[in-house]
Design a protein around this ligand. Structure first.
Ligand code: FAD
Length: 380
């Protein structure tokens, strides 16, 4: 069979591009993935007890980008839901992100919003130039709350002290002075009604799309003839690690199915101090599934294993820059997604980037010139 495009990786980036190229430009597309399923890290499935769970950590879909929400709505109905998270601190389950109730419940206060604003103002640490994650947080909420709620959690999650972590990791941590206990405040917050996997199946259901699972690009690259390539795997692996390996933080998941309808009050409970795991996730709260049993997943961060979180630090940025410059010179290979761009990206950001790459490829198909690399300008 002859194909116009090879797409490495059947994650959300690969699915969007396969769908667009096949349905809008009538291109023949082959999508390969080394895993045994489509959907990349957003993959979900029904386990042996019949509970719908997220294999690679909880995926809360939310966005402010209407065009992204509208685009995905072509392939799924939605279960509308606000996500809620709590943290176990000093034996109390407190709302996260920090809001009025978090502070009142933690200290036994009865602050109003204005009083809480004053409390933050008195306690915040003045920092002239914020250089790391610790400073990013203490400059908002002060040292004591930072130590109670964020310090140990961040250390567990990343394996280094927050003061050694790049500012970008914690700079956007929200702090509220009202009682809003939603985890996110985006305009659109919803889960695919029949799960992510079903949504991706619908996207790839096109006669022009051919899928090959359990297929590693490295093993087939010399056998496959396809002029154009969209690559969503790790960029350092593509270039055989010539400039060294890019570091990632990984996770280990421990599943437990229980004979109760619900185990905890919200979808996610963080454990900053106790235990070796960072959080316990119960997906039934977000999928809306009715089931007399439930499955909880404990997450253990680790340096070994599948690449999950790129590590934002000066050293890794320098290595990535070298790969990026090399990738930029390849005319018919386009690097997109969290592994190829070595960047933590939410699902909606990836969809947005994939749609923009598609628009650029469309132009390229017309004039045969443009070489696109999303990491360069973000603006094509
Ligand atoms: C624990 C965790 C929780 C998250 N939670 C959220 C959330 O709540 N909300 C949100 O918006 N985002 C969340 N994200 C981010 C989300 O997972 C990403 O935005 C999304 O998965 C990126 O899609 P992608 O297509 O770029 O990459 P991926 O989903 O990683 O897909 C890349 C695919 O390429 C395949 N591949 C790699 N190398 C090769 C090769 N050599 N040959 C063949 N195939 C290959 C991989 O197997 C994979 O399937 C979370 C991420 C993590 C790690």
């Amino acid at each position: 069979m002859k194909f116009d495009y090879l797409i490495t990786g059947a994650g959300i980036a690969g699915c969007v591009l396969a769908e667009r190229l096949a349905s809008q430009l009538n291109k023949k597309v082959i999508v390969i993935d080394k895993r045994e399923h489509i959907g990349g890290n957003c993959y979900d499935y029904y386990n042996s007890a019949g509970v719908l769970i997220h294999k690679y950590g909880p995926h809360y879909f939310r966005t402010n980008l209407k065009h992204v929400f509208d685009y995905l709505s072509n392939f799924t109905d939605w279960h509308y839901v606000y996500y809620r998270v709590k943290a176990m601190v000093d034996g109390k389950l407190l709302p996260i992100p920090i809001n009025l109730d978090t502070v009142n419940e933690l200290y036994g206060y009865d602050f109003s919003s204005n009083e809480l604003k004053k409390f933050f103002k008195i306690n915040m640490v003045r920092v002239d130039e914020i250089k790391n994650s610790e400073e990013a947080i203490v400059s908002k909420i002060g040292r004591e709350l930072f130590e109670k709620i964020y310090k140990a959690y961040t250390l567990k999650q990343w394996g280094v002290e927050p003061k050694e972590l790049d500012v970008s990791v914690c700079e956007r941590i929200p702090v509220r002075t009202n009682r809003d206990d939603r985890y996110f405040t985006d305009k659109y917050q919803a889960m695919p009604k029949y799960g992510y996997h079903k949504m991706f199946e619908n996207m790839l259901k096109h006669p022009n799309v051919h899928i090959m699972l359990k297929t590693n690009y490295k093993e087939i690259k010399d056998d496959i003839r396809c002029k154009k390539h969209i690559y969503t795997g790790p960029i350092d692996e593509y270039f055989d690690y010539i400039y060294g390996r890019l570091p990632y933080r990984s996770l280990r998941f421990e599943h437990e199915t229980l004979d109760v309808e619900f185990y905890q009050p919200v979808s996610q409970v963080n454990y900053p101090y106790d235990y070796d795991f960072t959080r316990v996730v119960e997906s039934k709260h977000i999928t809306g599934q009715k089931h007399h049993k439930t499955t909880i997943i404990r997450e253990y961060p680790s340096d070994e294993g599948e690449p999950y979180y790129p590590v934002p630090a000066a050293k890794s940025r320098t290595i990535y820059e070298r790969y990026r410059r090399k990738a930029e010179r390849l005319k018919d290979v386009h690097f997109i997604g969290r592994l190829a761009e070595y960047k933590y990206l939410n699902m909606d950001q990836v969809v947005d980037r994939a749609l923009r790459l598609f628009e650029a490829l469309h132009v390229m198909e017309d004039d045969g010139k443009l070489n696109v690399f999303p990491g360069v300008s973000d603006g094509y």
